[in-house]
Design a protein around this ligand. Structure first.
Ligand SMILES: Nc1nc2c(ncn2[C@@H]2O[C@H](COP(=O)(O)OP(=O)(O)O)[C@@H](O)[C@H]2O)c(=O)[nH]1
Ligand SMILES: [Mg+2]
Length: 348
C-alpha cells in the first residue's frame, strides 16, 4: 500500500494532486484542516492535509504546499476518485461518494457506512437529499436527545467545557418555552464563584436553586429539591477528596442520568482519556459544546461512536438560551458537515 499525504489550500486541489501522483485509483483516507507547514502556519494560515492510499508498496511521502493558502472549499469534490482497473462504474460512483463525504469532514468509517446505505442509482446520482437521508439514518443511534427528564440530570466533565452554561441554557429554554421551572443544584463549591454563577442564572430565571459544598449538603439538596433536578458538578476527576464523596452520593441515587460534557474540539486521544476518567460515573449521554469554536467535531464524534454513547445536546455559542440544540440525526449531521443549526433542532 502506497500512502501519500499532500497539503493544499483546498480539498479540490489536494485531490487533484493526489490523483496526479497516485492515479485515479487512490482511496482518500482522511482530510484535515491543519496549520500550514513553516512560517505561514505561525501566522495562522491553515491548509487541507489529505492522506490517500493506492496499492503499491512504497513508503509514506509528504508533499509540502507550494501555493498561497486560502480557506478550503469543503463542498468539493464533486469529481469522484475512480478506479483505473477492474472497478465497475457503480463501484467508482460508490468510491466517489465515500471520498466526497470524507472530504466534507466525515470519518472514513462513517462515510463508508453511509455509502453502504445508498443504492447504486443513488450513488450515481449523488443527490444531497439521498446522502443526507443516509447520513441521518447512520447517525440515528448517536442521537440521544431525551424525550423527558430523569428525576436527576447530572452534568460532569473537565473544567471550562461549558457544564454550568449548558445547565443554564436548558433551564432557560424550559422557562421561556414551557414556563416550567427546573430545579438547579450546584455541587461545584471548589472553584471560586462557581456556585454564584449558577445561583445568579437561577435568580434571573426565577427557578429554585440549592448549593452543596459537601457530600452531606448534596444529599440534603437532592432529597429536598423537587424533580426534575439539573445538577452542576465540579470539573474535577473522580479521584479528588470531597469531590469523590459527592460523586459517590450521585452514583448511589436512583433515577439519575449522567451527561459527560466535552468541548467539540477535543482530540481523540484526550477524549478517550476523559471517557476513561469519568467511566466510574457511568455517563449515559454526551453533551458536545463549543461547536462554534471548533474546526471539526469529527475526531470527537468518532470516539463517541466508539464508546457507543448517544449525544443529548449540542451547543454552539455562549448565548443563553439560544445556543443549545437537541442532538437529533439532523443536527448531528449539520455539526459534522459544519452547517449552522436551525430552529428545527432547538430543545423541547
Ligand atoms: N463559544 C462558546 N463558549 C461556550 C459555550 N458553552 C460555554 N461556553 C463558555 O465557556 C466558558 C466556560 O463555561 P462554564 O459553563 O463556566 O464551564 P464549566 O466549568 O464546565 O461549568 C464560559 O465563558 C462560557 O460562556 C459554547 O457552546 N460556545
Ligand atoms: Mg461550572
Amino acid at each position: 500500500m502506497h500512502v501519500k499525504r499532500v497539503y493544499r489550500p483546498t480539498v479540490r486541489e489536494a485531490l487533484a494532486e493526489v490523483r496526479a501522483q497516485l492515479g485515479p485509483d487512490a482511496l482518500v483516507l482522511s482530510t484535515e484542516l491543519v496549520p500550514a507547514p513553516g512560517w505561514r502556519g505561525w501566522l495562522g494560515t491553515r491548509v487541507v492535509r489529505l492522506t490517500a492510499a493506492a496499492e503499491r508498496p512504497e513508503p509514506l511521502v509528504e508533499t509540502p504546499p507550494s501555493t498561497p493558502i486560502e480557506t478550503p472549499d469543503l463542498s468539493a469534490p464533486r469529481t469522484p476518485v475512480t478506479s483505473r482497473r477492474h472497478r465497475s462504474p457503480d463501484d467508482s460512483a460508490r468510491a466517489g461518494v465515500t471520498a466526497r463525504l470524507v472530504a466534507a469532514g466525515l470519518p472514513a468509517s462513517l462515510a463508508e457506512a453511509v455509502t453502504a446505505r445508498l443504492t447504486d442509482a443513488e450513488c450515481r446520482g449523488g443527490s444531497d437529499r439521498a446522502l443526507r437521508r443516509a447520513l441521518s439514518a447512520e447517525l440515528e443511534p448517536l442521537s440521544g436527545a431525551p424525550a423527558d427528564y430523569e428525576r436527576c440530570e447530572i452534568f460532569v466533565g473537565p473544567p471550562g467545557v461549558g457544564k454550568t452554561t449548558t445547565i443554564a441554557k436548558i433551564a432557560a429554554q424550559e422557562r421561556v418555552r414551557h414556563r416550567r421551572a427546573l430545579n438547579l443544584v450546584s455541587a461545584d463549591g471548589f472553584r471560586a464563584g462557581a456556585i454564584e454563577q449558577l445561583r445568579s442564572y437561577a435568580e434571573v430565571l426565577a427557578v429554585p436553586f440549592r448549593a452543596a459544598r459537601s457530600a452531606e449538603e448534596l444529599q440534603a439538596a437532592l432529597t429536598h429539591a423537587r424533580n426534575p433536578i439539573l445538577v452542576d458538578t465540579p470539573g474535577r476527576s473522580a479521584a479528588d477528596g470531597e469531590a469523590t464523596r459527592m460523586f459517590e452520593v450521585l452514583c448511589q441515587r436512583r433515577h439519575v442520568r449522567t451527561h459527560l460534557v466535552l468541548a467539540a474540539d477535543t482530540s481523540a486521544p484526550v477524549a478517550r482519556r476523559v471517557f476513561d476518567r469519568y467511566a466510574p460515573l457511568a455517563p449515559a449521554r454526551v453533551v458536545i459544546t463549543k461547536l462554534d469554536e471548533c474546526e471539526s467535531v469529527t475526531p470527537l464524534l468518532s470516539v463517541v461512536r466508539e464508546q457507543g454513547l448517544p449525544v443529548s445536546y449540542l451547543t454552539t455559542g455562549q448565548r443563553i438560551p439560544d445556543d443549545l440544540w437537541r442532538a437529533t440525526p439532523a443536527s448531528l449531521a449539520a455539526a459534522l458537515l459544519r452547517e449552522p443549526a436551525t430552529e428545527d433542532y432547538s430543545c423541547h
